[in-house]
Structures are given as C-alpha cells and as structure tokens.
Design a binder for this molecule. Structure first.
Ligand SMILES: Nc1ncnc2c1ncn2[C@@H]1O[C@H](COP(=O)(O)OP(=O)(O)OP(=O)(O)O)[C@@H](O)[C@H]1O
Ligand SMILES: [Mg+2]
Length: 465
C-alpha cells in the first residue's frame, strides 16, 4: 500500500440521535425502542471518532440484539441505519455458519465479505468523482480513432510548405470539433468503430477445492494477472458502447486503488455494521435429531470476531474490534439467556420489537417513503394509469391483514404484500389490454368484495393470502 497522506479519510456523518430517529421514521413505523437503541449506537461511533485520548481504543461498540417476531422491521431498521450512515453493511444468517472443521462458511468470512462490500462502495464513489474527467478522455480516444490527430500524419515531406501543414492542422482540428459536437449529441452512437484492447488473461483454474482463494486471503486475479503476458485484441463495437468502454478504462486509470483499499478498510473497521439474523437458531442445546453442527460451536467461533480480532482478507488484515454487530431473532423457543454467557456479554443491549397492529398497518401502507401503495401507484403510473385508495379502503386492507395474521400465521408487515397483490391482481394483469380506465379508485366495497369470502374461510386464506 502506498499510504498517500492526502487521501481524505471519510468522516462519519454527524447525525444526532434525534436526527437518526427522524430519518428512520421515514421508513419504519413504530418500534421506537429499537430506533432509539440503534441511534445511540450509531452516534456513539461518531463520538468515539472524536475522542482524542488513548481511551478511544477502549471504547467498544454497543452491540445490540433485536428481539421480535417475523416481519416487524428488524432487518429494515438495520438496513436503513447503514444506509443513512453510509456505512458498509452486511447481513448474514447465523444458521449458515458452521463450526470450524465442518464443511460450510466459516465465521471469519463475514469480515472478508464486508470488506469486499466496502471496497466496491468506495470504488464506486471514486469512479463517480472522476467520471467527468474520464468522459473527456474517452471522448478524445474516440476522436483519435475517427479523426486521427495531425502529429501522426505530418511526417517530413508530407507537405510542401509549412503553411500547408498549418492549414491541414486547422482543418483536422475543425473536423475533430465537428465530430465532438456530434458525439456529444449522440448522433454517432450507432456507428461501428474498431480498436485494439488489451485482453486480461481469463483462464484461472479452480485448484483450491472447497476453499476459494478468498478463504486464503489472496487476490488471485492480481497474482496471475501480473504474471501472464497481456495480449492485444481487435474489438468492434458501436460508438456508444466504445464510449462506455473507454470511460470505464480511463476511470480505472484515474482512481487510486491503494487509496481506495485503505479507505475501505478504515470504513469497515470504524463504521462497519454486521447484521446477524436468526441468532436464536444457534442458541440453546444441540438438537438431538439430524446432522446438526453444534450450535454452541458456532457461538464459540463467533466470539473472537465479535470480541475483536484481526482477519486476513485479500486486501490485507482487517480488525473487527469496532464493527457494530446487530443480532436479531424471534427467540420464540430459545431466549437470549440461552446464548453462551461470553457471547451474551458482547451484546449488552437488548431491545424488543412489538407486534404490529391494524393501526400500524394503516400507517405502513401509506406513510413510509417506500410505502406499498406508493409503489403500486408508481408502477401503474408508468402505464398512464392513476391508482388511488379511499381512506376506508386502506383501513379495510389493514384490517384484513391483521385478521389473517391472527387467524393463520403472524408474518407481520409482509402480510400487506400478499393482501395487496391479491387485491390488485386483476388490475395489474388487465392494464393496459383489458382494463382501459385511466383512473382507478379502490373503495372499501372493492376490498370487501375481494376478501370477505377468503378471510372467513380459514383454509382459503391459508392458500391465498
Ligand atoms: N415497522 C415497520 N414499518 C414499516 N415497514 C415495515 C415495518 N416492519 C416491517 N416492515 C416491512 O415489512 C417487510 C419485512 O420487514 P423486515 O425485513 O424488517 O422483517 P424482520 O423483522 O427482519 O423479519 P424476519 O425475522 O422474518 O427477518 C419489509 O419490507 C419492511 O419494509
Ligand atoms: Mg429479517
């Protein structure tokens, strides 16, 4: 790593806890306790960044366990939190990990995965930053192909007089500018051009068996890419495609990969959020039936990662000490106290999420920025159809959802999905061929008509909703 000094290190967005909750409120209804807990955890990382003394290293993240039934917003809260913090975020299922020694993903791989995510994230940002510059350079390269610049032509003796040479230069320059205008307007998009590219050696053999090169913490692509010679290859494509190709290539040259990796590792170590779903599945005593990898074994493997350790990744060592871990689970059978004490100790904050009510459903259907009704309206708007719900229709949808959750199985807000798709099925299928109306108004009667029979019949609702 070159370790450039002037590489501006990312600053944690200094949202205050109330601002964080406000942002979360745009997407998640209720669950105030959980929002509060994650807001504090996030703000504490910003506070820690600003601690000057040696104490900074001692301050540990407030790892959290979110406890609550399915579909009440556990994952959504963590995901939104990561987004508004612009933090690298990884979601994993605890049950996909197995003890060391068994075939399966080892626990350390979560650090490698989140590092990959961070590298891609920073890279995308840097690519965006150099985009204008890369576009200009790409333009020049296309023009070089279409109207080769004078210096390639004016060999000694090509022109009788210096005047002639200069005239020629001006003429070519004018032509280039004319082409540049056309290029920028997109007039040349469909024209084919041919140029040479260096092709990357692609034949990488799989010789690692069950362990990917990733598990060894090596960048195989780089290793091999540097050894094998690069070949030149002729390539034909439209100017539009060529433009994209050159922009990509020029961007790659303009960005500083070492700086990106350094920044990415910084972000993982100081801002990273790992969401461990279904942690309750690895709690409790080992099950007596079936091939079961000891759950306690997985917990023990998890311990050093959550506790703080250094993991080798293909980008170098990454420390997990200050990564924020948010675990979640329904804990219907096992309780948080069934986790091994050492792991419990590393998740000091427990928050319960409550069941969603009919009132919550009314809000979830309408208020969030990504509310389901807004989504369906947008979908139909793309066909020139306006979709609107009356207030009592929305109330009715919420009521049906709550009833079915109670009668059949409580799947939380996900129920709204199944209800709405059923309700709108005929419209979504009928537009634009069978349904000609440009304005569709959903009333309580329509909702009743659709669901009265289904909801009353337990078996029907089990299959349909
Ligand atoms: N409180 C809420 N406010 C708004 N939307 C919600 C809420 N709870 C759930 N949803 C919506 O329901 C869907 C499922 O929520 P989410 O993924 O957070 O469930 P979960 O609690 O993680 O459940 P599981 O235990 O099954 O993973 C998401 O699309 C989310 O937008
Ligand atoms: Mg979830």
């Amino acid at each position: 790593m070159s370790g450039k000094k002037n590489n501006k290190q990312y600053e944690i967005r200094g949202l205050t806890p109330t601002q964080i909750v406000e942002e979360l409120n745009k997407y998640i209804i209720g669950q105030d306790a959980a929002k509060k807990a994650v807001a504090i955890a996030l703000r504490n990382r910003w506070r820690r960044q600003n601690v000057q003394s040696a104490l900074k290293e001692e301050i540990l993240p407030n790892n959290i366990i979110l406890i609550g039934p399915t579909g009440v917003g556990k994952t959504e809260i963590a995901r939104r939190l990561a987004k508004l913090a612009n933090a690298p975020f990884l979601k994993v299922e605890a049950s996909k990990y197995t003890e060391v020694g068994y075939v399966g993903r080892d626990v350390e791989s979560m650090i490698r995965e989140i590092t990959d995510i961070a590298v891609n994230m920073v890279k995308a940002e840097r690519m965006e930053e150099v985009r204008d510059k890369a576009t200009k350079l790409a333009e020049e390269r296309i023009l070089d192909i279409l109207v080769p610049p004078i210096r390639q032509k004016s060999r000694v003796g090509d022109y009788n007089t210096e005047e002639e040479a200069i005239d020629e230069e001006v003429r070519i320059q004018n032509t280039r500018e004319k082409f540049r205008k056309k290029l920028q307007k997109g007039d040349l998009d469909d024209r084919m051009i041919e140029f040479e590219i260096t092709s990357e050696p692609s034949a990488v053999m799989q010789v690692f068996g069950p362990f990917g090169p990733d598990d060894l913490g090596i960048n195989l692509q780089e290793l091999i890419g540097n050894v094998l010679p690069k070949k030149m290859k002729k390539k034909k494509m439209t100017i539009k495609e060529a433009m994209q190709y050159f922009i990509q290539e020029e961007s790659q040259k303009l960005i500083d990969m070492d700086g990106i990796i350094k920044e990415a590792i910084f972000r993982v170590e100081n801002l990273g959020i790992i969401f461990i779903d279904e942690i309750d599945k690895i709690a409790g005593p080992p099950s007596k039936v079936g091939p079961d990898v000891s759950r306690e074994g997985v917990q023990r493997d998890l311990l050093p990662i959550v506790e703080g350790s250094t993991v080798n990744t293909k980008y170098g060592p990454v420390k997990s000490d200050h990564i924020l871990f948010i675990a979640s689970g329904a804990f219907h059978v096992a309780k948080p106290s069934d986790l091994i004490p050492e792991l419990q100790g590393r998740f000091p904050i427990r928050v319960e999420l409550h069941n969603l009510t009919e009132d919550d459903f009314v809000k979830i259907l309408t208020l969030p920025e990504n509310a389901l009704i807004k989504q369906y309206s947008a979908l139909l708007e793309s066909e020139g159809v306006e979709l609107e719900f009356s207030l009592d229709a929305i109330r009715e949808v919420a009521k049906v959802a709550a009833e079915v959750n109670e009668q059949v199985e409580n799947i939380g807000a996900r129920r709204l999905h199944t209800i709405l798709t059923t309700l709108l099925e005929d419209i979504l299928f009928g537009v634009p061929d069978l349904v000609q109306e440009k304005k569709i108004y959903i009333t309580k009667e329509i909702v009743d008509q659709k669901f009265s029979k289904i909801v009353r019949n337990r078996d029907l609702s089990r299959y349909i909703l």
